[in-house]
Ligand binder design. Structure first.
Ligand SMILES: Cc1cc2nc3c(=O)[nH]c(=O)nc-3n(C[C@H](O)[C@H](O)[C@H](O)COP(=O)(O)OP(=O)(O)OC[C@H]3O[C@@H](n4cnc5c(N)ncnc54)[C@H](O)[C@@H]3O)c2cc1C
Length: 468
């Protein structure tokens, strides 16, 4: 949407209406920084940025945008690769100054402002010996991850992030500030747990916290690709037998300095090093070529993937799902496709494929229709995370990513029972899936509520596009 008028925007009026928040235009200090995203390819130039400090100012910004016909984008942690937290010529609500986290140790709840990142939550909760289900890369935003579902190392014990959300504060398109929980405005609470990015601006989230014992253990074990079948066998068994204390990611990548294709497994164990090494003994016996595992604390463990998830460069992502046991032939094909791709497009050698072996037992304990999120099933996320530097490679990298997602989805439809949509909305960084694709059996109800809470589709950029 372009500004409705060619008249300059009345920024002075906006600034006067804001109570403590800043309105930034291209000539303001801080404007350029507010455009930065995890992927440079997702950066766009807003006409005005409201660097919000309160729900009231978010409300003011939303009403101003609508009065002047401006597209709205909301920035949390900035990790979406689809550009959903950026706008060309519209109004950006930047929540990055709203990162406060408060913990209530007696109620065991953790309240995070809408612009917090997971590191903020992990550090604040750890002061009270608590943790909740956050992302595995601690610089991702609490906002985008939670509103789309949320998986982490503790999902095997406590399910996805949304199953641990007890309350949120949401600013709706009409400017109303609403508290929502199972008891208060429950239909909005149903909607935001999965489709939240399409319903409003979340200015706070309250999560259930759990006692988190330390130490925990984790890190990277890299293998030659000849170990593929054995590594996949191990992961297949882990996910069927774990009691929630363990989880692993099987990655395919080509790390520096040699950029040879490797299996990059990232392991997690909720216990000490001795227990963890005994548990993962069969993997150690395969002879990893790199061992970067160690005993650590829970507040540190979500930084162990940061090294392969740095900011910068151009990126896209696409998710799909697989069932276990993952057929060895499919795993071999993924390695071959990956090797061929980075050989043909050497600029994309930092691309990784990640298969998340996180137990779904707790995820599937909750009914598919309990909230808008519709990806509960005995299938596991796979993510194609493509990274390159030259804009001339945008099309080829995006096409490969989309095609790989489609290829795995075609396999999935052969094996999957009729549970869950088989795609995590937050992994659709190419925006190729519709709201029906992402919300499956819940689509009709999500749409009905969307029309009620956001009839003009002001929040039009979230995972699973709505069109009405
Ligand atoms: C390196 C990396 C690691 C990841 N790891 C995990 C993981 O372990 N588990 C997992 O489940 N997912 C993971 N993801 C996916 C992640 O959940 C999505 O990328 C998510 O959208 C990121 O949210 P964000 O706030 O950082 O991004 P943004 O780009 O800021 O936001 C993404 C979307 O959410 C909206 N949004 C953000 N905050 C708010 C808010 N407060 N109110 C309303 N709308 C908001 C934005 O408008 C946008 O539409 C990962 C992604 C990356 C890139």
């Amino acid at each position: 949407m372009e500004p409705s008028s060619t008249q300059p925007l009345p920024i002075t009026k906006l600034r006067a209406a804001l109570k403590g928040s800043f309105a930034l235009t291209p000539d303001s200090e801080g404007y350029e920084a507010s455009l930065h995203r995890w992927s440079e390819a997702a950066e766009k130039r807003a006409a005005v940025v409201v660097q919000a400090r309160s729900a009231e100012d978010v409300s003011t910004a939303l009403l101003f945008a609508q009065e002047h016909g401006l597209e709205v984008a909301v920035l949390g942690g900035g990790h979406s690769t689809s550009g959903s937290s950026s706008t060309e010529g519209g109004l950006l609500i930047d929540l990055t100054k709203m990162r406060q986290v408060t913990v209530n140790p007696s109620a065991k709840t953790i309240k995070a402002q809408g612009g917090a990142i997971w590191e903020d939550v992990d550090l604040a909760a750890a002061q009270y010996g608590l943790a909740t289900v956050g992302g595995t890369v601690n610089h991702t935003g609490v906002g985008g991850l939670t509103l789309g579902g949320g998986y982490g190392w503790l999902s095997g014990k406590y399910g996805p992030t949304i199953d641990n959300l007890v309350e949120a504060e949401i600013v709706l398109a009409d400017g109303q500030i609403m508290t929502t929980s199972e008891k208060e405005n429950p239909d909005l609470f149903w909607a935001i747990r999965g489709a939240g990015q399409s319903f409003g601006v979340a200015t706070s989230f309250t999560f259930r916290g759990y006692e988190q014992k330390n130490p925990v253990w984790g890190g990277l074990l890299a293998f030659d690709t000849s170990a593929l079948d054995k590594v996949v066998d191990f992961a297949n068994e882990l996910v069927e037998t774990t009691k929630g204390q363990s989880a692993m990611v099987v990655g395919i990548g080509a790390p520096a300095p040699t950029h040879e294709v490797r299996l990059l497994t990232v392991l997690f164990y909720d216990g000490n090093e001795e227990e963890a090494r005994a548990y993962y003994d069969a993997l150690f016996k395969l002879g990893p070529v790199v061992d970067r595992t160690s005993e650590t604390t829970y507040k540190q463990v979500n930084s162990m993937l940061n090294g392969v998830s740095t900011h910068g460069d151009r990126k896209t992502q696409k998710g799909s799902a697989f069932t276990v046991p993952l057929p060895p032939a499919l795993a071999q094909t993924l390695v071959q496709d990956y090797a061929k791709f980075i050989n043909e497009v050497p600029d994309a050698k930092k691309t990784i494929i990640l298969m998340e072996y996180f137990s779904q037992k707790m995820v599937t304990k909750v009914a598919q229709t309990a909230m808008s999120f519709a990806n509960r099933g005995s299938h596991y996320n796979i993510l194609f995370s493509t990274r390159w530097t030259g804009a001339q490679n945008d099309a080829i990298c995006r096409e490969w990513t989309r095609n790989m997602g489609r290829k795995v989805t075609n396999e999935l439809t052969k094996t999957k029972n009729n549970e869950g949509v088989g795609e995590y909305g937050n992994y659709d960084g190419v925006s190729s899936s519709s709201a029906q694709d992402i919300f499956g059996v819940n689509y009709e109800r999500v749409l009905e509520l969307k029309k009620m809470y956001d009839p003009k589709n002001i929040f039009a950029k979230g995972a699973g596009k709505f069109s009405f």
